[in-house]
Ligand binder design. Structure first.
Ligand SMILES: [Cu+2]
Length: 109
């Protein structure tokens, strides 16, 4: 069966219209996975008011601790997560206080 040109046009039109509708969406939620003693993504840029959830997929605890203050998850147990709503703008390098080689950066615009 052949696809009619009008159907293609409609499909393409919907694809184009999709992202436009999300432009004025409210605060977004982002996820950082902790796996293999690493944050992924290591650097994340978000907007003030957005929420970030760090999900610890390792079989041992980690923290998400801003090096110059701002936020500190304290211990996130294996399989658990920690949610943070970022209201203050700036660059926030963070580490895991249990594993100082673990580094990440949260940029809040
Ligand atoms: Cu850790």
């Amino acid at each position: 069966m052949r696809t009619r040109p009008i159907a293609l046009l409609l499909t393409f039109g919907l694809l184009l219209a999709g992202p436009v509708q999300t432009v004025n969406a409210g605060p977004a939620s982002h996820t950082v996975t902790i796996d293999g003693t690493q944050y992924a993504p290591q650097e994340l840029t978000i907007k003030a008011g957005d929420t970030v959830v760090w999900v610890n997929q390792d079989p041992f605890p980690h923290t998400v601790t801003a090096r110059t203050g701002g936020f500190d998850s304290k211990s996130i147990a294996a399989g658990k997560s920690w949610k943070y709503k970022a209201t203050k703008r700036g660059n926030f390098p963070y580490v895991c206080s249990f594993h100082p080689t673990m580094k990440g950066t949260l940029r809040v615009q």
